[in-house]
Design a protein around this ligand. Structure first.
Ligand code: SF4
Length: 372
């Protein structure tokens, strides 16, 4: 279990064990883990095969996977283009996977399905290779502006107090003339960031939902107020901010809650320091729903009508989605007339109904975001 304690939140997630694959002994990540987790057993293994097969055989491999942290070298590419979603407008985003799985437990988390065959909580030890690969890519394409995020198959900051990854990657990206790094989180683990100078090249962004949704479905994450305070601290330390209203959930009273959420955000943060806001409604596949039914049988996210979209994901009916986006956009505009707002994984048709236009290609949207 993870507990968030006290006013300055201390991440009290303790893995039961850290399993270190041979070849990772010299990594700065291991040094940081040992320092931060002096009471946790560390086991050196030649190959984590038996651990991984025991995990797969357990009743809840994904949940159980979070209990042990596996430190290993990553053998493939670290940097990938975000896969996006078929038929939906894509924002030309790149992802760096420095870890896989996440210590928090959102009922709707798509990783439950996406990582079903690979559920261990892994952190990759060869950060030097990651930086070298990023350096090669960025220097080969100096005329292209990259937006790169680390929060696709893990949370960007939840493990940072233990692994100190931000200390490795923020200074690197701060020096890159053609990249913006986005650290996406539902935690308030920003202490490590506050000591660094992002030089305008790092956006720290929070997935935001009203407190009711956080309490009901975003288990073990930081509360709404904790996220907001963390955002304010990052703003004061020179970071640009992002907010993702995603997944937006429809329920009786959602309007009041989302409007109140937006007002509270802009009462505390300077809208001119916000790089972007995204909106996206709940998306589910039938296999994710099956897993949610087993792992979170009482969540209300399993009820309600949805339609199957061309990318194989189920969403609310299009008229309802458009109505929700228009309302939220209006509340954002009341608080900040100029902040850049975009839709995540939506069709051109929905874009047109919400904004009156749709980007002609993914590059156009990516460029608009980069230059905003
Ligand atoms: S914080 Fe993100 S990655 Fe972690 S459980 Fe929630 S949705 Fe999944």
């Amino acid at each position: 279990m993870i507990f968030w304690r006290g006013e300055n939140k201390v991440l009290n997630y303790r893995p039961d064990e850290v399993i270190v694959e041979i070849g990772s002994e010299e990594s700065p990540i291991l040094r940081n883990l040992r320092r931060a987790l002096p009471d946790v057993p560390f086991t050196l293994v030649e190959h984590p095969k038996s651990f991984l097969s025991a995990l797969q055989a357990s009743r809840d491999p994904f949940g159980k996977g979070k209990r042990r942290l596996l430190l290993m070298r990553h053998k493939g590419d670290f940097l990938k283009k975000c896969p996006g979603s078929d038929g939906q407008v894509c924002c030309n985003y790149f992802v760096i996977n420095f870890a896989s799985n996440c210590p928090m437990e959102c009922s709707y988390c798509y990783l439950q399905d996406y990582l079903a065959q690979n559920p261990a909580l892994k952190v990759f030890s060869n950060v030097g290779d990651l930086l070298e690969e990023a350096h090669k890519l960025l220097s080969r394409h100096r005329r292209f502006f990259f937006r790169i995020g680390t929060g696709e198959i893990t949370d960007s900051l939840a493990l940072d107090p233990y692994i100190g990854i931000s200390e490795e990657i923020v200074p690197f990206f701060a020096e890159q003339p053609n990249a913006l790094l986005e650290l996406k989180t539902k935690s308030d683990c920003v202490e490590g960031l506050l000591r660094l100078d992002p030089k305008g090249r790092v956006v720290v962004s929070w997935s935001m939902n009203p407190p009711k949704v956080i309490d009901d479905d975003e288990h073990l994450t930081a509360s709404f107020d904790e996220r907001l305070v963390a955002a304010r601290r990052c703003q004061e330390a020179g970071y640009r901010l992002g907010f993702h209203f995603d997944p937006m959930i429809e329920y009786p009273g959602w309007e009041e809650d989302y409007q109140g959420m937006i007002e509270r955000i802009f009462a505390l943060v300077d809208h001119q320091r916000v790089a972007w806001i995204s909106m996206g409604v709940l998306r589910q596949t039938s296999s994710l729903k099956r897993i949610m039914r087993q792992r979170f049988p009482s969540t209300r996210l399993l009820s309600g009508e949805q339609v199957l979209c061309p990318d194989g994901k189920m969403r609310y009916f299009q008229p309802l989605r458009v109505r929700m986006y228009r309302k939220v956009l209006r509340w954002i505009r009341e608080a900040s007339p100029t902040v850049f707002v975009y839709l995540c994984m939506e069709s051109k048709e929905v874009w047109k109904q919400v904004f009156g236009f749709s980007p002609s290609c993914e590059r156009e949207l990516g460029n608009q975001m980069a230059h905003h």
